[in-house]
Design a protein around this ligand. Structure first.
Ligand code: UT7
Length: 323
């Protein structure tokens, strides 16, 4: 059976760090409130003129180095982002040019915070259909550009960053012992379109808009939907929660992560948490968490990892991966 194996990963965070303390000087908030309600202590913010494609390119180059392959070996680049450089063309095409590629295909995926799981699913399907052998999947965001910095209910939550992984075609037996993507599970329910959205868009008002979120409503759905979709991934692979080596969830709120870990009876030391350092980086948060786990030696080849995300739309999804 054809499998998509992880050949390498790379990440990039902008240099500038904004602490909770710095935010307390601009808006009416406190470090205690932000830490207690979200788990966030700081976030990275892109420099003036630093674009989503720049963040994505840095992460992509590191992933190529890690996988020890040249950009010319890639058949496709998929960038999951809600904050593209321009309305069009796709940010992925700019990353492709930045990497010096002259072949292959490139496009963006828009599923907000679930974007990486959606992009990973597409990449896995291209590989399993034998339409590509090496695919770069990137989650890259400059959410700082669509934040209303005077709105304390959203401005404390988000950060900028990028993470990239390379999927490579390989062979497996078709069971849960295989290395690579074992299964992916995607969902959407557009009835919640307005619960987490921006106040603008090209066809609505020709604006980019800023983030509007009914936080409690999103929180409630996230806890329920994520529990459902991780169960779906475990059941599809006949895997019990205790067999998992790592949970590498989307990093929106530490309380959401804790509730999911508790449901799976996973001890905190088996959960990769970066929200304290990165805030919510939307589509970049899962690849950033995976790269962090690889960099510090926690994630090892052959280990079983569950990823999950939920975001605007609503969209949500999960994937089970043997690294
Ligand atoms: O990645 C995409 C998915 N996104 C998510 O999953 C986010 C889900 N939602 C959440 O994480 C949480 O709902 C938030 C972190 C956004 C908010 O936490 P909460 O515990 O739901 O707070 P709340 O909205 O119920 O607000 C509680 C209080 C309110 O004051 P009153 O009305 O009780 O007086 C807010 O005005 O906290 C106030 N508040 C703040 N206080 C200090 C809201 N933001 C702040 C702030 N600093 N930054």
């Amino acid at each position: 059976m054809i499998r998509s194996r992880i050949a390498g990963c790379g990440s990039y965070l902008p240099e500038r760090i904004v602490t909770n303390h710095e935010l307390t000087q601009k808006i009416e908030t406190t470090d205690e409130w932000i830490v207690q309600r979200t788990g966030i202590r700081q976030r990275h913010i892109a420099a003036e003129g630093e674009l989503t494609s720049d963040l994505a390119t840095h992460a992509a180059k590191k992933a190529l180095e890690h996988a020890r392959i040249e950009a010319s070996a890639l058949d496709a680049i998929i960038v999951a982002t809600t904050t593209p450089d321009l309305t069009f063309p796709a940010t992925a095409t700019r990353v492709q040019a930045n990497l010096g590629m002259t072949k292959g295909f490139a496009f963006d995926v828009q599923a907000v915070c679930s974007g990486f799981v959606y992009a990973l699913t597409l990449a896995d399907n291209f590989i399993r259909l034998n339409q590509a052998k090496n695919v770069m999947v990137i989650g890259a965001e400059t959410f700082s550009r669509i934040i209303d910095w005077s709105d304390r209910t959203t401005s404390v939550l988000f950060g900028d960053g990028a993470g990239a992984i390379i999927l490579q075609q390989s062979e497996g037996h078709g069971d849960k012992g295989d290395r690579g993507i074992l299964s992916t599970h995607l969902h959407a329910d557009g009835h919640h379109f307005n619960t987490l959205c921006t106040s603008g868009g090209p066809s609505s008002n020709r604006q980019v808009g800023t983030i509007q979120m009914q936080g409690q409503e999103v929180f409630k759905h996230a806890v329920r939907r994520l529990a459902e979709v991780v169960d779906e991934a475990l059941a599809a692979n006949h895997v019990a929660p205790h067999e998992l080596d790592w949970l590498a969830p989307h990093q929106a709120n530490k309380r959401i992560i804790d509730s999911l870990a508790e449901k799976l009876s996973m001890p905190p030391e088996k959960v990769i948490v970066t929200i304290d350092q990165h805030g919510n980086t939307s589509a970049a948060s899962i690849p950033l968490a995976l790269c962090q786990g690889v960099k510090d030696g926690r994630i090892q080849p052959g280990q079983l990892i569950l990823i999950d995300a939920m975001g605007g739309g609503f969209t949500w999804g999960s994937a089970l991966i043997r690294w």
